[in-house]
Design a protein around this ligand. Sequence first.
Ligand code: NAD
Length: 372
Amino acid sequence: MVVAATHASGLAAAPELAVAAGFTYEALAHRVVFGDGTRERVADEADRLGIRRALVLTTPAQQADGEQLGRMLAHRFAAIFPEAAMHTPVGVTERAMRLIETSDIDCLVALGGGSAIGLAKALSLRSGLPQLVLPTTYAGSEMTPILGETRDGIKSTQRSSNLVPDTVIYDVDLTLSLPSAMSASSGLNAMAHAVEALYAPEANPIIAMMAERGIAALASALPRIVAARTDRDARREALLGAWLCGTCLGTTSMGLHHALCHILGGTFDLPHAETHAIILPHAVAYNACAAPQAMQAIARALGAQDASPGLFALLHRLELPTALADIGMPEGGIAHAAALAARSTYANPRRLERPALEALIARAFRGDAPMQ
Ligand code: NAD
C-alpha cells in the first residue's frame, strides 16, 4: 500500500508536490520472472514455493494451455479447473473450493487474464493457499491486491495485501496468441491504470515514473501489435508496460475513469476492456483542468500535443470500437449512468458533476471526440 503526501486542496498531489512535501512508498511483496519462454521455469518456481500439489486455473478457452502447463509441473500437477469466468462469479469459486477440499491442493497456479487470476485470488482468500500466476493479457490483475467478485450479478471489490500473487511469471510467448483487437483493448485497460495513478491522491514520484514508462511502452507497442500480432519485440514492450501499469493500479486509488467503467460494465453488461478503451479519452478530458501535471506526463508518454486528443487518436489508430453504442450500451441508460457516476465515491481531482458527466457519457455513446 502507498501512503502519499497530502495536498492541502484535497486534489491529487502532483508528483513534484509530493517530493517537496515528502511521501511514503510501500512496495507490494512478490517475485516476478520476466522474459521469453519463461513458463518453462514454472517447475523451479513451484519448488521455490514448496508446492507438492498444484491446482491449475484457466478459462475454458485456455484449457489446453493449462494442461500443457500441468505437464511442465510434472508430479506437482494435481488437477485443472478450466472454468474461470469474467468478474469472478462466486458460484464458480465455490465449485473450485470443493475441488481444493477433496484433492489435497497446496497451491493455485493461474494461467490467463484477469478472469483466471481473479479466480486464484478468490480461492486464496478462502483457503490461504499461495498463488503462482502466468498472465496472458495486459489487464494487470497479477500486480494488485484487489479482488472483484460477482454474486447474483452484483459486483463487490475488496483490497488486501494477502491477495497479491506470490510469484508472477511473465512469458512473452503466452501473449502471442492474444488476438490483435483484444491486445489493443486490454492494453488500453492497462494504460488507464497508469493514467489515473498520475492524478490519484497517493500520487508520488516513484509511481509517476512507472506510470509514464508504462503508458509510453503501451503507446509504442500496441499499434505494432495490431499491425503484426506476433511482433515479439512489441509484445515484450507491451507486457513490460502492462506490469508497470498494473503496479500503478495496485498501489494507488483510481478515479472517474474506473468509476465510470465499473458502472457501465456492471449496469449494462458491457465488455470490460473495450469499455475502458472507449471511456479513457473522455475521462481524461473531464479531468484535464484539475490535473495539469498529470496531463503533461500523459502527453509526453504518448508523444502527443495533448493527453485526451492523443488517447482518442490512439483509439482510432488501434481500430477499436469508439462508441459505447457499438458495444451494447442502450441510449436510454445514459442519464441513469450519469446519476450513478455523480454519486460515486472514487477519489477524483475534479468534482463529479452530473450534467457534465451526462454530456461525457453521451459523447462516448456516440463515439464523438472528447471535450473538456
Ligand atoms: P479475461 O481474462 O476474461 O480473458 C478474456 C478471454 O481471452 C478469455 O476467453 C481468455 O481465455 C482469452 N485469452 C486470454 N489470454 C489469451 C491469449 N493470450 N490468447 C488467446 N486468448 C486469450 O480478460 P481480461 O481483460 O484479462 O480480464 C478481465 C477481468 O479481469 C475482469 O473480470 C476484470 O474485472 C478483471 N480485472 C481485475 C483486476 C484486479 O486488479 N483485480 C485488474 C484488471 C482486470
